[in-house]
Ligand binder design. Structure first.
Ligand SMILES: *[C@@H]1O[C@H](CO)[C@@H](O)[C@H](O)[C@H]1NC(C)=O
Ligand SMILES: *[C@@H]1O[C@H](CO)[C@@H](O)[C@H](O)[C@H]1NC(C)=O
Ligand SMILES: *[C@@H]1O[C@H](CO)[C@@H](O)[C@H](O)[C@H]1NC(C)=O
Ligand SMILES: *[C@@H]1O[C@H](CO)[C@@H](O)[C@H](O)[C@H]1NC(C)=O
Ligand SMILES: *[C@@H]1O[C@H](CO)[C@@H](O)[C@H](O)[C@H]1NC(C)=O
Length: 321
């Protein structure tokens, strides 16, 4: 339920919506008169107006932006009905946060065009009567068209109808959507972030030392990127670059370096082969010594080594002597 109140009365009650929070309390004690909160489904916005003086639209907006968030942006019919029921009637009515820009009615807070569904013009409005009717007022408690809108000359002086949002520019560490709740806000964090203020970054498992990594948001965390390379004589099995995903998984398993393979060697009759293998049969750095049984001579190299390069060494043959 909405809880309207006057400045003194509302702020002296610690349980009153809208004044239970430091920032709001401060504003309640400012020269501005009157505070109330919308219904739950409208969000946590509190509405405020200046009752000291009336302003041109531009000054009204300055007023709202100085003391609150902005001129009101109206979200639905419930909100309109609510405003019309709780705001006092005022001779010149109230400015709201819509203005014509390049011939398009625009919500100034979001810079979004007013959609057909959201329109709430009074009968035969907007009529641009007398030209330059580029700003919008809301008729509060008017005999006809109460709660509906009218285009008006921006220089006319009216009450500023402001709202105060709990979400601020740096809420949610700018890593999430700030959602207004009752008297506060909640953060709907973007993928890769979590925590009440989205202050934490999702982590991936640490990788063994070796890869060349960049960590834009934190050690082995969301968006960290690691590049793998193998020493000479070894080939990468898998992807050479991994990225830490918002899920906390790497894009793939860490690749392995496997020794390059050379063609297997065999002896024909009359020879013997004595091989040393470091990384598997006939792979990089394997070394094989050939020797001949009695009655044969070796024709070619005595030992062969498997190297990183295919250097075209011929396999020796055993010749009968
Ligand atoms: C207007 O503000 C004054 C204080 O500046 C306050 O005494 C008065 O009650 C307010 N009027 C309304 C209608 O809220
Ligand atoms: C994460 O990286 C992607 C590109 O890979 C980039 O578009 C995005 O802005 C980065 N996110 C953050 C929060 O830095
Ligand atoms: C992350 O990896 C785990 C197991 O390693 C798996 O169960 C889970 O489905 C993965 N999540 C995503 C989003 O790929
Ligand atoms: C194979 O070579 C090693 C040394 O490289 C040697 O110790 C060993 O005795 C040799 N084996 C045979 C069967 O010749
Ligand atoms: C290659 O073999 C030599 C001996 O022939 C050894 O000292 C060296 O550690 C080996 N290197 C690799 C990478 O296996």
């Amino acid at each position: 339920m909405p809880m309207p109140g006057s400045a003194g009365g509302l702020c002296s009650s610690p349980r009153a919506w809208g004044c239970g929070w430091n920032v709001t309390r401060l504003l309640c004690f400012a020269a501005i008169s009157w505070v109330l909160v919308t219904q739950v489904e409208v969000g946590a916005w509190t509405y405020h107006y200046g009752n000291k003086s009336d302003y041109s639209w531009e000054l009204a907006r300055n007023f709202c932006r100085s003391f609150y968030t902005d001129l009101v942006a109206i979200q639905n019919q419930g909100e309109i009905a609510y405003l019309n029921s709780v705001l006092p009637r005022h001779r010149t009515y109230y400015w709201i946060g819509i203005r014509r820009r390049n011939d398009v009615w625009t919500w100034v807070g979001t810079n979004k065009a007013l959609t057909k569904e959201a329109e709430n013009w009074a009968n035969r409005e907007p009529n641009n009567k007398g030209k330059n009717q580029d700003c919008v007022e809301i008729y509060i408690k008017r005999d006809r068209d109460a709660g509906r809108w009218n285009d008006e000359n921006c220089q006319k002086e009216k009450r500023a109808l402001c709202y105060q949002a709990s979400c601020q520019r740096f809420s949610c560490s700018q890593r999430g959507e700030c959602v207004e709740t009752i008297g506060n806000y909640a953060c709907d964090c973007y993928p890769g972030f979590y925590g009440p203020e989205c202050e934490h970054v999702v982590r991936c498992k640490n990788l063994d030392p070796g890869p060349d990594c960049s960590h834009p948001l934190g050690e082995f965390s969301y968006n960290s990127t690691c590049k793998f390379q193998c020493q000479e004589g070894f080939e990468l099995q898998g992807l050479d670059t991994l990225q830490c995903l918002a899920s906390g998984n790497w894009t793939a398993a860490a690749p392995e370096c496997a020794a390059v393979k050379c063609p297997a060697l065999a002896t024909l009759g009359g020879g013997r082969l004595n091989c040393t293998h470091w990384h598997g049969d006939f792979t990089y750095n394997s070394s094989c010594a050939f020797s001949c049984e009695t009655g044969f001579v070796l024709n070619g190299a005595e030992t062969l080594e498997c190297t990183a390069l295919d250097n075209g060494q011929g396999v020796p043959v055993m010749l009968r002597v």
